[in-house]
Write a protein that binds this ligand. Structure first.
Ligand SMILES: [Zn+2]
Length: 204
């Protein structure tokens, strides 16, 4: 690779395996101007698609997916690396499934991933994702969780109510559409707890 400053061919100072061999990191130096920089080599993933309700396909957008999870984990003790790992698992499942996943499956995988990391983030994501008719149930659950937690990060979370959480637009390719009205009766707190139990099982 050429030097970005003077366009002379560079030499490799150091080569390291990253991500358990999924990527290669190279430290390079320009023999002409002394410029040093790093390059990464990784496999190009084939294009992935989201199958929306009604069968419409859209290009899978991992950045949008990460943004949705980042909003749900605002001021919560969840790292960007943990969100990346959830997104990576979803991309891997889509690829293993032949390059596409149902939008609803993607939503469930986000919930399962967040449920294994932080319960408040899980509930905040669930509140937006499912557009719960019984949002009050979630708010009661959040108040109970925060009351039982003495950590600073948990008290910071109080500034962010479920009602203030952003609602993904219908065009959001990565976040599944909310369930039909007829299904909302099933979104009770018990239902959430059951789903979360499933998430923990899946994590093992
Ligand atoms: Zn140079």
């Amino acid at each position: 690779m050429d030097c970005p400053a003077c366009h002379t061919a560079t030499r490799v100072l150091e080569t390291r395996r990253e991500d358990r061999g999924a990527a290669v990191r190279r430290r390079r130096e320009c023999p002409s101007c002394g410029n040093r920089f790093t390059t990464f080599e990784h496999r190009e993933r084939p294009p992935l698609f989201v199958v929306k309700r009604g069968g419409r396909r859209e290009r899978f957008d991992a950045e949008k997916l990460r943004d949705g999870m980042l909003r749900a984990t605002y001021k919560r003790p969840v790292t960007a690396e943990q969100i990346d790992a959830i997104a990576e698992r979803i991309e891997a499942e889509a690829e293993a499934a032949g390059g596409e996943l149902d939008a609803s499956r993607i939503g469930e995988l986000c919930l399962a991933g967040l449920g294994g990391v932080d319960r408040v983030s899980y509930l905040q994501f669930a509140a937006v994702y499912r557009q719960l008719a019984d949002v009050e149930d979630v708010q009661v659950e959040l108040r109970r969780l925060r009351a039982s937690s003495s950590s600073a990060s948990a008290s910071n979370g109080r500034e962010r109510g479920v009602a203030g959480a952003p609602i993904p637009s219908d065009d959001d390719a990565s976040i599944a559409s909310p369930p039909e009205r007829g299904q909302r009766a099933g979104n009770s707190r018990k239902d959430l707890a059951r789903r979360e139990h499933g998430a923990h099982r899946q994590r093992r």
